[in-house]
Design a protein around this ligand. Structure first.
Ligand code: HEM
Length: 231
């Protein structure tokens, strides 16, 4: 008897197809949407880009810094604890959550903290997008892109409860790929910011597309230039 049969799981082609597809959809579009908004926010906030670059440079051994024509690729271990980069990515996820909406249905009749009575056929829709911009949750500067929000008094990463920072959902259906997503986003963002300047093409319209993933309606047109010294 195979392990799957012991566990009562039937692993047929359809199961494998659905699993692979859900990982591709859950892990690809979300991360790419997050990074797209992140680079757009950086272009609007050059002071943040400078600070990220400073943080990255502080991690690179001096003799290595822009010393050759080789691009530098940041490894996951190097970027894991970058506090300011973590803050900047968190701000992008707070203001532009790749999954902007979520819905739930109660299993039994219940009364929500708001006083609303709900029954099993009630669909409860809530907006992660709106929650990331609520003054009652994030304070008066809730609409500002401020990575410092995520830096603790002692200079470490300030963690927020998942029911407050809901970009990865909260509770039993929390994103299964959350840690992988953080690693990917940090490694990609660090490698791109360190090696290139990403400038958004002037006049390019940036609007969100109404969809289950918060894509940019017209994509993001950018001009990429190398930071490497010309040798
Ligand atoms: C910035 C990147 C990501 C964000 C913002 C994100 C966000 C979310 C959210 C909000 C959910 C809950 C969806 C729902 O219940 O309707 C979810 C579920 C899920 N995510 Fe992610 N995700 C990201 C990256 C990833 C990656 C990289 C993977 C895996 C490679 C992944 C795998 C999954 C899976 C398998 C679920 C379903 C979990 C379940 O239903 O129990 N996600 N994600």
């Amino acid at each position: 008897m195979t392990k799957e049969k012991e566990l009562g799981i039937e692993v047929d082609d359809q199961y494998l197809r659905d699993t692979i597809l859900s990982y591709m959809l859950a892990g690809r579009d979300t991360t790419s949407s997050a990074l797209t908004w992140f680079f757009w926010l950086l272009s609007k906030n050059p002071q943040v880009e400078i600070k990220i670059l400073e943080e990255l440079k502080s991690k690179v051994p001096i003799k290595e810094e822009y010393s050759s024509d080789k691009r530098r690729v940041f490894e996951i271990e190097e970027v894991k604890n970058l506090v300011y980069l973590h803050g900047a990515l968190s701000e992008a996820l707070r203001l532009y959550p790749p999954v902007p909406m979520e819905h739930k249905e109660p299993l039994q009749p219940d009364t929500l903290p708001s006083g609303h009575h709900v029954i099993p056929t009630t669909k409860i829709l809530f907006s992660f997008y709106a929650m990331g911009r609520m003054e009652s949750i994030w304070g008066e500067d809730c609409l500002e892109f401020r990575p410092e929000r995520w830096v603790s008094e002692r200079g470490g990463i300030k963690h927020e409860p998942s029911f407050k920072f809901v970009a990865f959902n909260a509770g039993p259906r929390t994103c299964l790929g959350k840690e992988m997503a953080w690693c990917q986003m940090k490694a990609v963002a660090a490698t791109i910011v360190y090696n290139y300047r990403v400038g958004v093409v002037e006049g390019h319209p940036v609007v969100a597309k109404g969809s289950i993933i918060l894509h940019m309606k017209h994509g993001l047109r950018v001009k990429v230039t190398s930071r490497l010294p010309v040798i």
